[in-house]
Design a protein around this ligand. Structure first.
Ligand code: SF4
Length: 363
């Protein structure tokens, strides 16, 4: 390497070194300087979607508020939910959510009749508390929406497939709702063997307020054929096996159906069926019109009147399972204590019992 080249190289190295020093200095001063504050983001208000609003509206409809939901849609200046102004979704949803609270709906629903018929004061006790829908209830509501669509489709009626908007949809729900639609078709086919043109109603609002103040509900499927009225109710639940025999919810629905058709059709008997596929349970109870009406006049009506006034006796039992105040109810606590007595047998005391006769000793 020549001397000239070495001088040139050392000059370049010097420039390079100075540049490195500048970079190091700049980095050090950046470390010392406080980090610039990132601009605060304003929380962006979440925009509700039509699907979210529709879901709550469908839940309320399932709970028996179909008419109220329709009226609310009209109140907000639309003839159907899909034409509701999205800017009004928020307010509409708030109104929907309070629908069903005390003072805004029938306290004595058919679905809770098993409880309030056994413990009349529980009706007003529960109505004072807000409704909290469990995931199981939401799953049931969605399964019902699918049932409705499948039955209507099978009957050649129009309907929108709700599958894509369902949160809890799975293969089991698909199979159960298929089975339900099939069952409705089979029941209809059986009705056609005796009646040329049976009438089928799907998701029908049923009013039994003649016996129960503001009593109404929604029947999943009704078939009227000659003198027989069939009421079919789908149950998606798995926890409790539901029997049709002496089932007050079904009897209330049957009364509502009688109100619709009696006088138009010559109905003499009512067949009430629970279709509960996840429990492989199809349970049917048939009553004559007279039996049903007698129960309505002698049991349902007087008890509903007591319940609507918050009167009658508190009575604990299986029905407490679905009571909103079960955790704090004194009557239920006393009942549980009474039951617990039987769980704890007296300790064995030699000589007190003869051999083989003390409690707890099984054969
Ligand atoms: S918990 Fe049972 S006893 Fe108490 S109010 Fe409810 S239904 Fe009646």
């Amino acid at each position: 390497m020549t001397k000239e080249t070495l001088v040139k190289l050392s000059a370049e190295l010097e420039i390079c070194g100075k540049a490195l020093l500048k970079i190091a200095e700049a980095l050090r001063s950046e470390e010392k300087a406080p980090a610039p504050e990132s601009p605060k983001k304003e929380p962006v208000p979440r925009t509700l979607t039509l699907e979210e609003v529709r879901k709550v509206a469908a839940d309320k409809s399932r709970q028996g508020f179909t008419e109220e939901v329709r009226n609310l849609i009209h109140h907000y200046g639309a003839d159907k939910l899909s034409s509701l102004d999205p800017e009004k979704y928020d307010a509409f949803l708030k109104d929907l959510e309070v629908m069903g609270h005390a003072g805004n709906h029938a306290v004595l629903s058919a679905s809770s009749s098993y409880r309030w018929l056994a413990c009349p004061p529980s009706a007003l006790e529960c109505a004072r508390l807000p409704d909290v829908q469990s995931d199981f209830a939401k799953q049931g509501t969605e399964a019902h929406a699918l049932c409705e669509y499948k039955v209507k489709k099978a009957l050649g009626q129009k309907g929108k497939d709700p599958t894509k908007s369902l949160t809890y949809f799975d293969e089991e729900m698909a199979e159960c709702t298929d089975a339900y639609a099939q069952f409705v078709l089979e029941t209809l086919a059986a009705a056609k063997t005796t009646c040329k043109d049976p009438l089928v109603l799907v998701e029908q609002r049923l009013d039994f307020s003649r016996w129960v103040p503001e009593g109404f509900g929604t029947g999943d499927c009704l078939i009227v054929a000659d003198d027989t009225l069939s009421v079919i109710d789908y149950k998606h639940g798995l926890g409790v096996l539901v029997e049709a025999e002496k089932n007050p919810q079904m009897m209330c629905y049957a009364l509502g159906a009688l109100e619709l058709f009696d006088g138009i059709c010559d109905i003499q008997k009512v067949s009430m069926t629970i279709f509960q596929p996840r429990r492989e349970n199809v349970s049917t109870c048939t009553l004559s019109k007279e039996e049903l009406l007698q129960w309505a006049e002698t049991v349902l009506k007087p008890t509903a009147e007591l319940a609507s006034r918050g009167e009658g006796e508190y009575k604990a039992g299986d029905h407490c399972r679905f009571c909103k105040i079960r955790a704090t109810c004194r009557k239920r606590a006393e009942y549980n204590l009474e039951l617990a007595k039987y769980d704890f047998a007296m300790p064995f005391h030699p000589g007190r019992y003869r051999s083989g006769s003390h409690p707890g000793q099984s054969r």
